[in-house]
Design a protein around this ligand. Structure first.
Ligand code: GLU
Length: 419
């Protein structure tokens, strides 16, 4: 079993023990409502056909339609998608948006496809999952390797088969097609809001040193907003390069360069030669106030957790810490703000986008950000105060799991089993 699924199940069992859940409920929560697996053909630019494997897993829909991203990556596997679907159930419950959890993926390296091939793949995969998805059933969104353009193709393919435009079937769409203001930045912005909430009583984020691993839609936006909020991003990396500057990197400039199609390496070589190039592993072991893994899962492991020097980790990626690493970090009193809370800004604004789509309304970016801030702050406070009297040292991860699981269990019990 892959580490991320082992981790999700271990956490669930631990929470089930502590919450004294009945065995039947434990079995229900470790099960998956729908596991859809398909192999489908795509026409390539040279006229050949190539087979791809696609997945969509719905974990639990007790609290509402299922919600979660579609990932395009060469590493997509059933274990990974199942784990991520389960994390989505807890994530939606933590921020209390009325969704269950799902995840999907296609095993493909999107960078190896032309735009036309990517469109063919997306449209064919969408047509395969049409029986499962829908604005009242299951609502995909972007994830690793997918983006607003891909959501536009998904929305169009679904709508064409239904005969009319249904913007609520996916979120993370381009703004011109009913996407929400603020959705593109939402996960990164949610990271900033969670850090601000966490440090509220300790003088805020200003002047803190930060290491960010990952410079995509999550890490890039988070690093830029954190830099603009007055912190010093002293370490920054993407899959090709890791950078360090003791006075802080000009993330606004790096972000602008990458947003125009450049790379972090290109920015360094052209504009930031004073910034030192370091090893990727140095970012996770950086001597900083805050470490933000914002790229792949299972990057903090038994092998490197003891080397972490930051006292605070904000999990911007899904599942970046293995069970073994989590135990080591806990032992060392490193505080971890868990993924299901820290990166819930994306799905929160997806919820706003879905509400806007269903009401044919448009919210301003200011309204989106204000509502996001208030939801993230409330979720953080609920979790930070959910420490039982008999376990005052419980971690934020444990408390987040308890809050999420209790909410899902309450919904399951209220609905009952039918037929
Ligand atoms: N893929 C994102 C996540 O992992 C967003 C999901 C959504 O907006 O539905 O949270």
């Amino acid at each position: 079993m892959e580490a991320i699924l082992t981790g999700a199940l271990t956490q669930l069992h631990e929470a089930a023990d502590q919450l004294q859940l009945r065995d039947e409920m434990r079995e229900y929560l470790t099960s998956f409502k729908t596991v859809f697996q398909t192999q489908f053909p795509v026409e390539m630019d040279d006229g050949s056909l190539k087979m791809f494997e696609g997945l969509r897993v719905l974990h639990n829909v007790a609290r509402g339609p299922s919600k979660g991203g579609i990932r395009y990556s060469a590493h997509v596997s059933l274990d990974e998608v199942k784990a991520l679907a389960m994390l989505m159930t807890w994530k939606c419950a933590v921020v209390d948006v009325p969704f269950g959890g799902a995840k999907g993926g296609v095993t493909v390296d999107p960078a190896a496809l032309s735009s036309n091939e990517l469109q063919n793949l997306t449209r064919r995969f969408t047509s395969e999952i049409i029986p499962i998805i829908g604005p009242d059933k299951d609502i995909p969104a972007p994830d690793m390797g997918t983006n607003p353009q891909i959501m536009a193709w998904m929305m169009d393919t679904y709508s064409m088969t239904q005969g009319y435009t249904i913007p609520g079937v996916v979120t993370g769409k381009p703004i011109a097609l009913g996407g929400s203001e603020g959705r593109f930045e939402a996960t990164g912005r949610g990271i900033l809001y969670v850090i601000q909430e966490h440090l509220r009583a300790e003088g805020g984020i200003q002047g803190r040193t930060v290491a960010v691993q990952g410079f995509g839609n999550v890490g890039g936006v988070a690093a830029r907003l954190i830099h603009e909020a007055g912190a010093k991003v002293t370490y920054l990396s993407d899959k090709d390069i890791a950078l360090h500057h003791r006075d802080g990197i000009d993330v606004t400039a790096a972000y602008a360069f990458v947003a125009k199609g450049g790379t972090l390496t290109g920015w360094h070589d052209l504009f930031a030669r004073d910034v030192e190039v370091v090893a990727g592993a140095d970012v996770l072991a950086a001597e900083v106030d805050i470490l933000i893994p914002a790229a792949l899962e299972s990057v903090l492991t038994e092998a490197n957790a003891a080397a972490v020097r930051a006292p605070l980790i904000i999990e911007a990626a899904n599942g970046p810490t293995t069970v073994e690493a989590d135990a080591i970090l806990r032992e060392r009193s490193v505080v971890v703000v868990p993924d299901i809370l820290a990166n819930a800004g994306g799905v929160t604004v997806s919820y706003f986008e879905w509400v806007q789509a269903r009401q044919f309304q448009r919210w301003s970016e200011q309204r989106v950000n204000q509502e996001l801030q208030s939801i993230m702050a409330k979720a953080y406070q609920t979790i930070a105060t959910r420490r039982p009297v008999n376990a005052p040292n419980c971690t934020l991860r444990q408390a987040a799991n308890w809050v999420a699981i209790e909410r899902v269990v309450e919904a399951v019990n209220l609905r009952g089993i039918y037929p």
